[in-house]
Design a protein around this ligand. Structure first.
Ligand SMILES: O=P(O)(O)OC[C@H]1O[C@H](OP(=O)(O)OP(=O)(O)O)[C@H](O)[C@@H]1O
Ligand code: HPA
Length: 572
């Protein structure tokens, strides 16, 4: 008798393919105690049929009981009869119990797999099984790796199927699919070939029949084995990283949460973790607060990670299932949908903000100032322009960098329309207006020249002295020119009121003002401002050119300082 690959084997001994499947099953159940029940999930296809036959042979010799489960998905009128035929085969193999499970599902590979798995696990539990054997082969593993690689997956996902996963065991994971078919043939078992396995509508069928053969043809044989090997290596790596992330998660969440359904993490501690652990900790926290595992994508976690590694005053990050993550000072707060702790305030997007005739309205998000530990200098956990210490001094971000950019573009369009056919002279009021001058001048299409004046009325205090000093005057005359004064902020209005009077006396053709921020509740003198970026609350703010004692100007957003930071005084 000739066996697979043309080898000869002795009459009376099993065909090599049969021997290989039996050996694989023997290894897979070696640890089970006598009397334990092993169930085989069998579709009637060659892999699971070979597995059922091998289990039927091995179980009694290991004093185990073996049964068979088959699932009817109800995809076509013949499916019930087919499932019954598989059950009949199981009985013929003397498997006991044998059950047909009905698990209707949508006609998609994923939906069928989920429904099948749920039905099988429920039955295995009900029957008190010690193991549920699945017929996945090395080829299934290779296909899974390729499919997941094409989606851009991490180590855990590329680790694909494990030989053991709770109740599930996959004895044939190291064997090729051909071998299972040979084992069926050698035992006189006629497998059912599921037509969906060849249906090019299904991605897996295309991988099986087109992609993998093409890869083997182009790159040489052994691709399936190589892909399965990669899965083994990545699974081991992922298991180690998951264990380390579990430790880090326990460490970082050891302190009390601010409320039920809320987890607070220290930016410092997260910043010290390598990215592979940080993202795993963040994912774990999101999942435990109720984010759907199926919907939670790497992009979500990266956005949360950027609150640590590239902090530039971003909005809270929405995650699936109503979970939100936000940074306040040196803490990341992740809140579940039903949290009772301090919820991330639902800051409105710029587009949602009411726009008055002149400016966008910005209000406090209504959050109390966070408590801060001393951030450590030199720590690279923030975006450019955001020294870590300064990041920890910010109480609330009122306007983000993106919102500023969007607003300046809109203001520039208005100015361009108003000054069509004319040449502008922009007068920047140093130093605070340096950022808005730079960005506005480059957003304008109107021909322009620039002049700067430096005045000061604040010094290192947080309220205006009312005494304005010219620190640097204009270099040229503005007589007859269309002048647009560019200011970062109008607070009391004292600086601008004084400046306008001063400039008007120099006889410009026209004199208008553009101020990126205005505090309507703080204005004490009447000043006429043609262009306003944002109306903000009257709290002292820093960032985007605005300083506290010359510091904080480089922050790309505008935010309030914590009371502690104000009391302590400016710091680099
Ligand atoms: O409306 P007010 O209450 O007068 O405040 C507005 C002025 O205060 C700031 O300048 P500051 O004196 O701080 O100097 P700086 O621009 O160099 O920071 C700001 O740049 C405005 O010019
Ligand atoms: O709120 C402010 N911050 C910084 N500088 C300022 N100058 C006027 N108001 C402010």
């Amino acid at each position: 008798m000739t066996g697979i690959e043309g080898r000869r084997y002795r009459p009376g001994s099993p065909a090599p393919a049969v021997a290989a499947t039996r050996l694989a099953v023997r290894h897979a159940v070696a640890d089970l105690p006598p009397g334990a029940l092993v169930l085989v999930a069998c579709s009637g296809g060659p892999d699971s049929l070979a597995l059922a036959a091998a289990a039927a042979f091995v179980a009694p010799r290991r004093a185990l009981r073996a049964g068979l489960l088959t699932v009817d998905h109800g995809w076509d009128p013949a499916s019930g009869g087919r499932a019954e035929a598989v059950a009949e085969l199981g009985r013929a193999l003397r498997l006991d119990p044998v059950e047909v499970l009905v698990a209707h599902s949508a006609r998609s590979e994923g939906a069928a797999r989920d429904a099948r798995r749920a039905a099988l696990l429920a039955a295995a539990e009900r029957l008190g099984a010690a193991a549920l054997l699945l017929g996945h082969t090395l080829d299934d593993q290779a296909e899974t790796v390729l499919l997941r690689l094409a989606r851009g997956s991490g180590a855990r996902t590329l680790g694909a199927m494990a030989p053991r996963d709770g109740l599930l065991r996959r004895p044939l994971l190291g064997l090729r699919r051909d071998l299972a078919r040979h084992a069926c043939l050698a035992e006189g078992l006629e497998p059912w070939d599921d037509p969906t396995n060849a249906d090019a509508v299904f991605a897996r069928a295309r991988v099986r029949h087109t992609l993998l053969p093409a890869l083997e043809e182009q790159l040489g044989p052994g691709i399936a084995e190589a892909l399965a090997r990669s899965a083994d290596l990545l699974r081991a790596d992922a298991a180690t990283l998951d264990a380390l992330a579990g430790d880090a998660h326990a460490r970082l969440t050891a302190t009390a949460s601010p409320g039920a359904g809320t987890v607070e993490l220290a930016v410092d501690a997260l910043g010290e973790l390598p990215s592979a652990l940080r993202t795993r900790v963040l994912r774990r926290v999101a999942l435990e607060l109720g984010a759907s595992a199926a919907a939670l994508r790497a992009e979500h976690i990266w956005a949360v990670e950027e609150l640590v590694t590239r902090w530039r005053g971003q909005q809270p990050v929405p995650l699936p299932s109503g979970v939100t993550a936000r940074r306040r000072g040196d803490r990341i707060t992740v809140a579940g949908p039903g949290s009772t702790g301090p919820r991330p305030s639902p800051r409105r997007r710029l587009a949602d903000r009411p726009e008055t005739e002149e400016g966008m309205q910005v209000s406090h998000a209504g959050v109390s100032a966070p408590d801060f530990d001393d951030a450590r200098p030199g720590e690279e956990d923030t975006a450019p322009g955001v020294p870590p210490q300064q990041a920890a001094d910010i109480g609330e971000v009122l306007v983000t960098a993106d919102e500023i950019a969007e607003r300046i573009a809109a203001l520039a369009a208005k100015v361009d329309a108003d000054y069509a056919g004319r040449e502008l002279l922009l007068v920047g009021v140093l130093k605070g207006a340096v950022m808005v001058m730079a960005d506005l001048s480059r957003a304008l299409r109107t021909p322009l020249t620039m002049e700067f004046m430096a005045v000061s009325s604040y010094g290192s205090a947080t309220s205006s002295s009312g005494v304005v000093r010219i620190l640097k005057d204009l270099d040229r005359s503005i007589e007859g020119r269309d002048v647009l004064v560019v200011e970062d902020i109008i607070d009391s209005g004292l600086t601008l009121s004084w400046l306008l009077k001063n400039l008007r006396s120099r006889n410009p053709a026209s004199l208008e003002v553009l101020a990126l921020f205005r505090k309507p509740e703080a204005i004490t003198v009447d000043v006429d401002v043609r262009y306003v970026g944002f109306d903000i609350p009257s709290a002292f703010v820093v960032g985007y050119g605005l300083d506290y004692g010359e510091h904080y100007r480089t922050l790309p957003f505008v935010g309030t300082l914590t009371p502690e930071a104000i009391a302590r005084g400016p710091r680099p």
